[in-house]
Design a protein around this ligand. Structure first.
Ligand code: ADP
Ligand code: MG
Length: 320
């Protein structure tokens, strides 16, 4: 049997988590653990490997911010608030200049996002950064991947595609204007975890996921965990206007659907709550767009303006 990233996890690790106090184990953006009456700890860990998740010569401060923020994005997807994190650092050498820049950026971001470094591990080897992030959420209020129903509306925050477009930055010979280069670098190294949106969505969203592997793959997680399918209206995908300078509409749509690294939230809203979400959006209290609907038929499909299904070859990033 050939293993992909998700079948590997399911086959070898997902059955090890049965224990008292585990409200939600392997399979969502965070695990949820009962820590006190009415309060749950949301826990997640993400690893960045040099040459895989960022270029070998990436600035140390940028690596620190990205490592922290991709973890915060998983908390946002659960509607949890950040509290503490641990840092496992594998370094090729004890380079003081690198460490000064890395720790300063980490300290700055930890302050911005209200979380504290409380432990970790340091080893020598190829540059690898693992951050384990812990946050809190009142019991029963976390947003999970499993709560969607057929007929729920599908929304995404912000704009999609820039995470994947940012790989242009690293393409040899890519000619980019300065503003475009800066926008792409900001989106890649400083993704904005949608923590405030995650909190706002408690009580409105029936399910949520953060978009790290690509919209189709991550919406696919909501669909699979909820036992459903989904339809996405291609024309409704929110695309950043400035991106048009480097790409065609087709390219931008492909990045938005399959590229990943956007760290926006994809969430579902029951029909009876749609008006309230749209009111928040109209008042400027939530930056989000409605892009589709959950279906009782399995599979995630894209529809063109005429309502016809469009085949998308690439459905998202997987490590294996
Ligand atoms: P995310 O992209 O939200 O970080 P992943 O796709 O990396 O989530 O992982 C999917 C689920 O599998 C998560 O619940 C994660 O905690 C779990 N997982 C991934 N790798 C392992 C592992 N080696 N052991 C146990 N659980 C794992
Ligand atoms: Mg996630």
């Amino acid at each position: 049997m050939s293993l992909n990233e998700f079948s590997l996890i399911r086959e070898y690790f997902s059955a090890l988590g049965e224990s008292a106090g585990v409200a939600l184990g392997v399979g969502d953006d965070c695990a949820l653990l009962e820590i006190a009456a009415g309060q749950q700890l949301a826990v997640t860990v993400d690893t960045l490997v040099a040459g895989v998740h960022f270029p070998l010569d990436a600035p140390a401060g940028d690596i620190a911010r990205r490592a922290l923020r991709v973890n915060l994005s998983d908390l946002a997807a659960m509607g949890a608030e950040p509290r503490w994190f641990t840092l496992a650092l594998t370094l090729p050498a004890a380079d003081e200049d690198w460490l000064v820049a890395f720790s300063a950026a980490l300290a700055e971001d930890a302050q911005i996002f209200h979380c504290a470094l409380v432990g970790g591990d340091t080893t020598a080897g190829p540059l690898t950064i693992s951050i384990q992030m812990m946050g809190e959420v009142p019991s029963g209020q976390a947003l999970t991947r499993a709560g969607a129903h057929a007929g729920d509306w599908v929304y995404v925050t912000g704009t999609l595609g820039e995470g994947a477009a940012a790989l242009q930055l690293f393409a040899p010979g890519a000619e980019l204007s300065n503003p475009v280069r800066e926008n792409l670098a900001r989106r890649f190294y400083r993704p904005l975890p949608r923590l405030a949106e995650g909190l706002t969505l408690r009580g409105y969203a029936s399910a949520a996921v953060d978009i790290s592997d690509g919209l189709l793959a991550d919406l696919g997680h909501i669909a699979e965990c909820s036992g459903l399918g989904a339809e996405v209206q291609l024309a409704q995908l929110p695309l950043a206007p400035w991106l048009q300078e480097v790409a065609s509409t087709e390219q931008m749509q492909a990045w938005a659907l399959s590229g990943g690294d956007d760290y926006e939230l994809c969430f579902t809203v029951p029909p009876q709550l749609r008006h309230e979400i749209d009111t928040l959006i109209a008042r400027g209290e939530l930056s989000a767009s409605c892009i589709g609907r959950m279906t009782s038929t399995k599979g995630v499909y894209c529809l063109d303006a005429a309502g016809n299904r469009v085949m998308i070859a690439d459905t998202g990033y997987q490590h294996f």
